[in-house]
Ligand binder design. Structure first.
Ligand code: AP5
Length: 217
């Protein structure tokens, strides 16, 4: 299955992507994770991406599309994938359609996680991520047993640089301006399914998997 997860920052895309990708047995491809790995390694891509990420802005389309094109050409993505955080502009969506059409494929489904801005702010301000395995925690909604330490791998937890209040506000503005139009774009293709992404993580996962099952996933 070729699936895209769309939703505002903090909607729970990364959290749900892990469960959904395991359910579908496809690789989870997160452009945010790829950018952050490049930032951590100090690559030229990471140095370029960091100034946009820190400002809550999107990395330019051309850079992002080339990166995804290379990632989708890897063998593990040949039979399906779950894209988390891409596309998030109309030119990115058009480029993805073209890329898949050239391969004789197309997207099967776009799953939209629906949450309001107040919930997003609560979620992002308490998010912590593991340096070791990348697992996402929340200080209030999903806390680890010991403060600052990942239950899964024992790694140290960190707060993302772009989870500061002023950057969150800018990310929400950018989402409304550049990414929200994709709901109409995929709606017009008949590929969009929206689910309520509030409530416990497990309940959201059940809603997501039920939605996928009704589309053969
Ligand atoms: P990216 O990493 O994609 O960030 P984002 O879309 O802003 O989404 P987040 O990762 O912040 O949130 P999420 O929806 O994954 O939520 P999560 O599961 O962590 O992108 C970062 C930056 O990279 C961008 O700003 C941009 O600069 C650049 N970039 C990336 N892709 C790009 C692209 N295609 N084009 C251009 N630039 C790009 O959950 C959040 C918190 O809530 C966690 O603490 C979690 O534990 C908690 N939580 C999750 N679900 C629930 C629940 N049901 N109840 C309570 N708490 C919950």
């Amino acid at each position: 299955m070729r699936l895209v997860l769309v939703g505002p920052p903090g909607a729970g895309k990364g959290t749900q992507a892990e469960f959904i990708a395991a359910h579908l047995v496809v690789p989870k491809i997160s452009t945010g994770d790829i950018f952050r790995a490049n930032v951590a390694q100090g690559t030229p891509l990471g140095i370029e991406a960091k100034r946009f990420m820190d400002a809550g802005q999107l990395v330019p389309d051309e850079v992002t599309i080339n990166m995804v094109r290379e990632r989708l050409a890897e063998p593990d993505a040949a039979d399906g994938f779950l894209l988390d955080g891409f596309p998030r502009t109309t030119p990115q969506a058009v480029a993805l359609d073209k890329l898949l059409a050239d391969l004789g494929d197309g997207l099967d489904l776009v799953l939209e996680l629906v949450v309001d801005d107040d919930e997003v702010i609560r979620r992002l301000s308490g998010r912590r991520t593991c340096h070791g395995c990348g697992k996402i925690w929340h200080v209030e909604f999903d806390p680890p047993l010991h403060d600052g330490v990942c239950d899964r791998c024992g790694g140290a937890l960190f707060q993302r640089d772009d989870d500061k209040p002023e950057t969150i506000a800018e990310r929400l503005r950018v989402y409304a301006r550049d990414t929200a139009p994709l709901v109409d774009y995929y709606g017009a293709q008949g590929k969009l399914v929206g689910i309520d992404a509030t409530g416990p993580v497990e309940d959201v996962t059940v809603r997501a998997i039920d939605a996928l099952r009704s589309y053969g996933g």
